[in-house]
Design a protein around this ligand. Sequence first.
Ligand code: R5P
Length: 259
Amino acid sequence: MDWGMKNRMSKIIKPDGKTVMLAVDHGYFMGPTTGLENIAETVGPLLPHADVLMPTRGALRHYIPADTDVPIVLRVSGGTSILNPDVLHEGIVCSIDDAVRLNVAGIAFSILVGSSFERDTILGFTEMVDEANGLGIPTLAVTAVGRDMVRDARYMSLASRMAAELGASVVKTYYVDGFEKVVDTCPVPVVIAGGKKTPEDEALETAYNAMQAGAVGVDMGRNIFQSEDPVAMIQAVNSVVHDDHTPKEAFELFTKLKG
Ligand code: R5P
């Protein structure tokens, strides 16, 4: 691996081999998502506890101060909105030149394996991987997004392994029973998305189970920024990822820090 790629990967995955990525890219297909109406207000207090921030280029330019030292993994795919859930169909929505201008540590691209448009999304993904690899920029493949995807270990393994074989440096997917299989058959680090907001103790348990199964961390959004106390929640998530806290210990920490 080239020095630049290694250097950027070391910004995304910390020296302990783990990472807490804060996903705030939801606006690219959901508009002003609950909790992200003003991203600056939400994200500002969370940044000291995030290893990586995952925004869109518009959010980065309009809401995040340029002197932030939190590494950025930039969302570069998109193309359809939440108003069209049956035809999720993503392509390249941000050039590698603009990503470089934004000084990113990595880029993120969704591949919709199993959808009618899987080929388009995969070809867009590999085009970006080629461009990003040429500049030493890692690509995070976001897999398993889509309303009708069967979310089981068999599907997640297929989508994650495809992403890695097609050039992803990191894979983001959803936690499912049998997650060990997903991790064991994927040759690059795996992080989990949080998914829809659930009670804090459940989200912490999901993060814990994913770590136990071999994930290197989380790329979590709504379960942090829609929490009743987002700053307490990201610290609790951090304790699971970096300090091996059990879900019980992490929830106790959340309760102690909250409010
Ligand atoms: C989905 O494609 C986006 O990348 C989200 O940022 C991602 O799913 C993580 O957010 P959440 O934890 O809210 O699911």
